[in-house]
Design a binder for this molecule. Structure first.
Ligand code: SF4
Length: 292
C-alpha cells in the first residue's frame, strides 16, 4: 500500500499510471511562478521505503504498465539510484512498458551520455520538462536556474540517448514587456530540441498576482486574454517541428488547440487568426470554467 505525501502532482497523460513518490518536493523550488512544492522540504526517499511500496503492489503487478516517478524532479536521482529503481520496477512489474518523470535540465546534465542511454534501455522512456521559456532575460526574471543554452543542450542529449520529451511553455509568463521575445525564443529553443510532445499552459497565480510580481525580477504587466492568444500566434508561427504532438488544452488555456506538427500548424494558426480578427464572437473557454 502507498501512503502519498500530499500535495501530489502528475501530468494529465499519467492518469492511468502508477504514481510512485521517489522524492518529496522539488530540488530547485525557486521558480517565481511555482508554488507546487513550496510546502515541502526536498527529500530523496530511501530505496528500502520505495521498494517496500513496490512490493506491496504484487497483487496488482500484472495491471501495471506505466509508472510515473514523483515529485517535482525525480530525474534528480543519481544514476546509481535511478538504475536500481528501474531494475526493481522491471522485476516487480513484468508488463511494464514505460517509466516517466518530471525533470529539470540540470538533472539530465548531471548524467553522462552513456548513463542516459542505460537509463533509457532500463525503461526510462519519457521526461516531462517545464522549460517555461527560451528567453534568457525572462528565465532570469523568474529564477528558473536554466537558460536557453543549458536547456537546449541537456534536452537534446536526452533525446539522443533515446528518452522521449514532453516540454511545456508558459503562455503569458513575461507579461507585456517580454511577450514577443518570450514567444520567439521559446519557439527557437523548442525547434532545437524537437520534442515528441509540446504543450502550453497559461500562467496562473495560485497565491495571487501580487505574490508573483514580488518574486518576478523585472516589470510584469499581465496580458489580457486576446494578448495571450496573440502571443500564442507568434509562438506557433515560429515553430518548425518535424514530428511533434501539440496540446494547448489544459484547464488554464482560453483557446483549446490540439494538433500534430507540421501537419496541423496552419489550421491552428487559422483558428487563432479567427479569434484575433473577431474577438467579440470568439469561442473561448470562460474564466469560470478555467477554474474548474
Ligand atoms: S523546477 Fe518545476 S517544480 Fe521546481 S520550482 Fe520550478 S516549476 Fe516548480
Amino acid at each position: 500500500m502507498i501512503n502519498y505525501h500530499e500535495p501530489l502532482f502528475r501530468p494529465p497523460s499519467e492518469a492511468f499510471s502508477l504514481i510512485l513518490q521517489v522524492t518529496l518536493g522539488c530540488a530547485w523550488n525557486k521558480c517565481a511562478f511555482c508554488e507546487m512544492y513550496s510546502s515541502k522540504n526536498f527529500t530523496l526517499r530511501k530505496d528500502e521505503d520505495v521498494f517496500a511500496e513496490i512490493d506491496s503492489l504484487s497483487a496488482q503487478a500484472n495491471n501495471i504498465r506505466k509508472v510515473f516517478l514523483a515529485d517535482g524532479n525525480a530525474m534528480v536521482l543519481s544514476f546509481d539510484k535511478m538504475s536500481r529503481l528501474l531494475d526493481k520496477l522491471k522485476s516487480a512489474f513484468s508488463r511494464l512498458t514505460r517509466v516517466s518523470a518530471y525533470a529539470i535540465a540540470k538533472d539530465i546534465e548531471a548524467k553522462t551520455d552513456e548513463e542516459l542511454r542505460i537509463l533509457a534501455e532500463k525503461g526510462l522512456k519519457l521526461l516531462y520538462v517545464g522549460i517555461e521559456s527560451g528567453d534568457n532575460e525572462l528565465l532570469k526574471a523568474i529564477n528558473k536556474g536554466e537558460n536557453f543554452e543549458s536547456t537546449s543542450h541537456a534536452l537534446q542529449r536526452a533525446r539522443k540517448a533515446g528518452i522521449k520529451l514532453s516540454v511545456m511553455i508558459l503562455n503569458g509568463l513575461g507579461g507585456k514587456k517580454y511577450s514577443r521575445q518570450h514567444a520567439l525564443n521559446s519557439a527557437k529553443v523548442v525547434n532545437e530540441i524537437q520534442p515528441e510532445f509540446l504543450s502550453t499552459l497559461v500562467l496562473s497565480h495560485p497565491y495571487g498576482e501580487d505574490h508573483f510580481i514580488k518574486k518576478f525580477n523585472g516589470d510584469f504587466i499581465p496580458l489580457n486574454t486576446i494578448e495571450l492568444i496573440a502571443e500564442m500566434k507568434v509562438f506557433i508561427e515560429n515553430l518548425e517541428l518535424s514530428q511533434s504532438i501539440f496540446r494547448s488544452d489544459h484547464a488554464s488555456n482560453y483557446l483549446i488547440l490540439r494538433g500534430n506538427f507540421p501537419r496541423d500548424k496552419q489550421e491552428m494558426l487559422n483558428r487563432i487568426n479567427g479569434v484575433l480578427d473577431d474577438p467579440a464572437n470568439a469561442q473561448l473557454r470562460p474564466e469560470w470554467m478555467r477554474g474548474l
